[in-house]
Design a protein around this ligand. Structure first.
Ligand code: BES
Ligand code: MN
Ligand code: ZN
Length: 473
């Protein structure tokens, strides 16, 4: 129950409204009787109309006092609208109903942000509850439904990522994938062995909870032109393995399956929207643990398809599970495009920080589309280069490749990781999203809550559906 707030639509402000939000810019509806003209009130409070600014005004109502929240919308851009919507939801925490006169612009953007700001994850006694109902007056019902679908998909990804790893085994993740409304196929450890998924098996070897490969298939009602494969890193806990992480870094690694969570949530949302595109999701799920059965630094593993890799650092495990899934997608699924998403490297947090994710691609058009979709959907991406000069970093004298650079001549940890993945993606248009920096939030602010962010759900859905409402081409 991550977002308990529901969104609905009415034609006009109801007569019995007790709590009403009105954008600064709009003409106040006749249902609202202020004791002073709105411009005077705003001047009195020195309100500037910025996004996120809210001026609360008590109004006399039959039998009591009602409240009006005059809210700023800044420059009215989608970014500003998101900020003002999130501020409203946070302002009315614990209340029953907020009637909202929406601002000019796309109400889907506004409603989505308002709902996301209501997300909470708490095990045990619930804290102060979010507002129960948001009612948007005069809004396009279809746009509000789309907002709800998107917000709930993000919330699912956050829930999966926020779940403690003591609960979240690879098998558990496969069960959750089975609940989103699309057919699911699961490889257990025996089948992984039989089919040659040496990377997933090697990473999962040290754990008492065996690995899984999870395949989710969404097929639209009408035959689709395009087939996209999404691949997600599903490390349910990343201790580093025998290349053990220090505690300070390890405690955040329950969200190392955030990419996989995004893939599961996106497949569910596509089905809910009845999107007109065929999409297959792959989640390479394993727990990276140190034990007597773990893989060792210096082991050589054989990936799906036969390529060999010398494992110099067991903490560079994400690329090992993804390599299997990418090779399988290329050999068996015949996609038009492959996109993987992974909390892959600490290095990308150094490069881009916590607000912008990385996209790498062998295909300029695909990179451009994803950057553009990210801008629209508010999952911002920055294109990073696949620098050929750094390819020798991954040379091995005893295997086809090494999983990390042996020395420190090249550096560029996020780029070399992307170069590693590229070797397994085949010749098809492929993109890789490194979301290690943006997958987890350290603040409760705006549309984010502390913990998993669900970053990737909105950009991928925007890219796959181009903002189209449910059931339309
Ligand atoms: N899961 C981590 C990356 C990560 C770090 C995600 C911080 C979220 C927050 C990944 O498996 C990892 O350990 N990467 C190593 C790679 C290195 C050994 C080449 C890293 O970034 O240190
Ligand atoms: Mn790791
Ligand atoms: Zn990892």
């Amino acid at each position: 129950m991550p977002i308990e707030t529901t969104a609905s639509v009415v034609a006009e402000v109801p007569d019995d409204t007790e709590l009403l939000a009105v954008p600064y810019a709009s003409d106040l509806s006749p249902a609202v009787e202020l004791h002073l003209p709105a411009p005077d009130l705003l001047a009195h409070y020195e309100a500037k109309g910025e996004a996120g600014e809210i001026v609360e005004v008590p109004v006399a109502r039959a039998g009591g006092v009602g409240r009006i929240l005059l809210y700023g919308v800044g420059d009215g851009s989608p970014r500003a609208l998101r900020k003002s919507a999130a501020a409203l939801t946070r302002k009315v925490k614990g209340r029953d109903t907020l009637i909202v006169v929406p601002p000019d612009g796309d109400v889907a953007v506004f409603a989505e942000a308002a709902l996301l700001a209501a997300y909470t994850f708490k095990i045990g006694e619930p804290g102060k509850r979010a507002v129960r109902t948001l009612v948007f007056t005069g809004a396009d019902e279809e746009r509000v439904r789309r907002a709800e679908t998107l917000a709930h998909a993000v919330a699912l990804a956050r829930d999966l990522s926020n779940t403690p790893s003591s609960v979240k085994t690879p098998a558990w993740l496969a069960e959750r994938a089975g609940e989103v409304g699309v057919p699911v196929e699961v490889w257990d450890e025996e089948r992984l062995q039989a089919d040659g998924f040496g990377g997933i098996l090697a990473v999962g070897k040290g754990s008492a909870s065996p690995p899984r490969l999870i395949q989710l298939s969404y097929t639209p009602d009408e035959p689709a032109e395009r087939h996209v494969v999404l691949v997600g890193k599903g490390i349910t806990f990343d201790s580093g393995g025998l290349s053990l992480k220090p505690t300070e870094n390890m405690k955040f690694q329950k969200t190392d399956m955030a990419g996989g969570a995004v893939v599961i949530a996106v497949l569910g949302a596509l089905a809910a929207m009845r999107a007109p595109i065929r999409v297959t999701g792959l989640v390479a799920a394993a727990e990276n643990m140190p034990s007597g059965t773990s893989q060792r630094p210096s082991d050589v593993i054989t990936h799906y398809g036969g390529r060999t890799v010398e494992v110099l650092n067991t903490d560079a495990e994400g690329r090992l599970v993804l390599a299997d899934a990418l090779a399988y997608a290329d050999a068996v699924l015949d996609p038009d495009t492959v996109v993987d998403i992974a909390t892959l490297t600490g290095a990308i947090t150094v490069a881009l920080g916590r607000n912008v994710g990385a996209v790498y691609s062998s295909d300029d058009a695909l990179a451009e589309q994803l950057v553009e979709a990210g801008q629209v959907a508010d999952d911002r991406l920055w294109r990073m280069p696949l620098i050929e000069d750094y390819k020798p970093a991954l040379e091995s004298s005893i295997a086809d490749m090494a999983n990390v650079e042996a020395g420190s001549r090249f550096g560029a940890g996020s780029i070399t990781a992307a170069l590693f993945l590229r070797e397994f993606a085949g010749k098809r248009p492929w993109a890789h999203l490194d979301v290690a920096g943006v997958g987890r939030s350290t603040v409760d602010e705006g549309t984010l809550s502390k913990g998993a962010t669900g970053f990737g759900v909105r950009v991928l859905l925007e890219w796959l559906t181009k903002g189209r409402p449910a059931g339309r081409d």
